[in-house]
Write a protein that binds this ligand. Structure first.
Ligand code: ATP
Ligand code: MG
Length: 429
């Protein structure tokens, strides 16, 4: 189906005095790129999440720019830039720690014979350039297809996106089934944005998720790793998790977990995951680091602990049982989501550490606390204690242990030369 027939892409221009997007809220780096492009004779607009979030009075995570300059022209114009991606070629322009992502206007894949589609209609490559109106229609949601025009500070709306933002509705542009077939990851993006922005997924866009979920099978595990992290690092992981379950998508990301939660009684494990995700959200929203290993350790724990319990009753001791169950569950999981080894290894360390927290005598606690994964394993144990899977006293014991440890370390370091002190600090982290 031709998307232009379904949606004529009629342009509405919202002049500067009728919207709230101000240059003051746009990063200096993004403004620099926009101005350099226009002064070099190109067309350039802010687009995507940056415009959407500013319209919603939210702080954008990053700024994306769309232009008619090609990746090569961008490379020539910005020394600090590099071309990335094959399926979708983009230019990253670096300003210190900030990266501005610049994409050349593209036409919608169905309109351009040179673009490659798989036999199931999935976009394999999307590098056919077009004009700004084409570019708007090939984007995913109407809320993500608004352009802030640096020439006159107006907003260009080709898809009635502003009305959807006002009614907090997440609507795919064009026919939902076709758009999910082109790129099934759009279903995960719908869930991420719905949870993050507190938007409702529009009825047809929502209905099609139930029909198209199975298409996630075709997505390369490396891309699913990236998307899964975005989902669970969004600061709204608990909302994301509820939506994944509601839309029956958990089975394509975490099949072992989905199976366990589908059977009775799953309440204790569900409580554990909810509690852990609430904690994750608090940390992320406080700008604290959450390791991907921790997230995978949480989501795979129900399967690991269930399997370890079965192995334990087969005469294996608990630590070897956890070790074996962890390896089995992880090797099945990485077929769906390509979890890099350093994270899968740390998740396994977190699991096998759990029984070790019961050893509170002698040198054992110091030994456990010296591991680089200790802090994550301790957080994991305390979350278990919050939902009654581990005695609350155990979490308290380890909290006290760390506090007294830190105190005595402080007293120590005050009398030591500077260099040594630094080394100690690093070890404590
Ligand atoms: P945020 O950066 O806050 O996560 P975003 O909307 O900016 O959200 P990005 O992944 O940065 O999301 O993508 C920028 C824009 O590119 C999107 O707003 C959308 O217009 C377009 N886009 C990204 N991914 C897709 C996709 N899979 N299909 C169609 N358009 C997409
Ligand atoms: Mg963005």
């Amino acid at each position: 189906m031709n998307i232009k027939e379904a949606d004529p892409g009629k342009l509405t221009i919202i002049p500067r005095d009728q919207h709230n997007v101000s240059r003051k809220s746009i990063s200096e780096a993004a403004l620099k790129v926009l101005y350099r492009l226009t002064s070099s004779g190109y067309r350039a607009c802010l687009v995507g999440g940056g415009v959407r979030d500013l319209l919603l009075n939210r702080q954008p995570k990053d700024f994306d720019i769309a232009t008619n300059a090609t990746p090569e022209q961008l490379r020539a114009l910005f020394k600090n830039s590099r071309i990335i991606g094959r399926r979708f070629r983009l230019v990253h322009i670096r300003f210190g720690r900030e990266i501005i992502e610049v994409a050349t206007f593209r036409s919608h894949v169905a309109d351009s014979p040179r673009n490659e589609l798989s036999s199931q209609g999935r976009i394999l490559r999307d590098n056919t350039f077009g004009d700004i109106a084409d570019d708007a229609l090939r984007r995913d949601f109407t809320a993500n297809a608004l352009y802030y025009d640096i020439e006159n500070y107006s907003i260009l709306d080709y898809t009635q996106g502003l009305a959807d933002i006002e009614s907090r509705s997440l609507r795919l542009i064009g026919d939902p089934n076709t758009r999910y077939q082109e790129d099934p990851v759009r279903m995960l993006r719908a869930i991420r944005f719905a949870a993050k922005l507190d938007f409702k997924i529009e009825q047809e866009s929502a209905r099609a998720i139930f029909e198209c979920g199975h298409l996630l099978h075709d997505i390369p595990p490396a891309r699913l790793f990236d998307e899964t992290l975005k989902l669970f690092h969004s600061g709204n992981a608990s909302g994301v998790f509820a939506l994944l379950r509601h839309y029956q998508l958990l089975q394509y990301l975490f099949p072992a977990l989905d199976e366990i939660l589908g059977k009775e009684p799953a309440e204790a494990m569900l409580d554990f995951i909810d509690q852990a995700l609430v904690n994750t959200d608090i940390r992320i929203n406080n700008d604290q680091h959450v390791s991907p290993a921790f997230i995978f350790a949480i989501l795979l724990w129900p399967a690991v602990s269930q399997q370890a319990t079965a192995l334990e009753s087969d005469q294996l001791k608990i630590i070897p049982a956890l070790f074996q169950a962890g390896s089995d569950v992880m090797s099945r999981q990485v077929k769906h989501i390509a979890i890099p080894r350093r994270f899968s290894q740390m998740a396994r360390d977190i699991w096998t550490a759990q029984p070790k927290f019961e050893r509170t005598k002698g040198k054992q606690p110091n030994r456990l606390a010296a591991h680089p994964w200790f802090r994550a394993a301790y957080d994991f144990m305390c979350i278990q204690s919050m939902v009654g899977l581990v005695p609350v006293k155990l979490c308290q014991w380890w909290t006290n242990f760390q506090q007294s440890h830190q105190r005595s370390e402080k007293q120590h370091t005050q009398h030591e030369p500077r260099r040594k002190r630094r080394v100690r600090k690093r070890q404590a982290n």
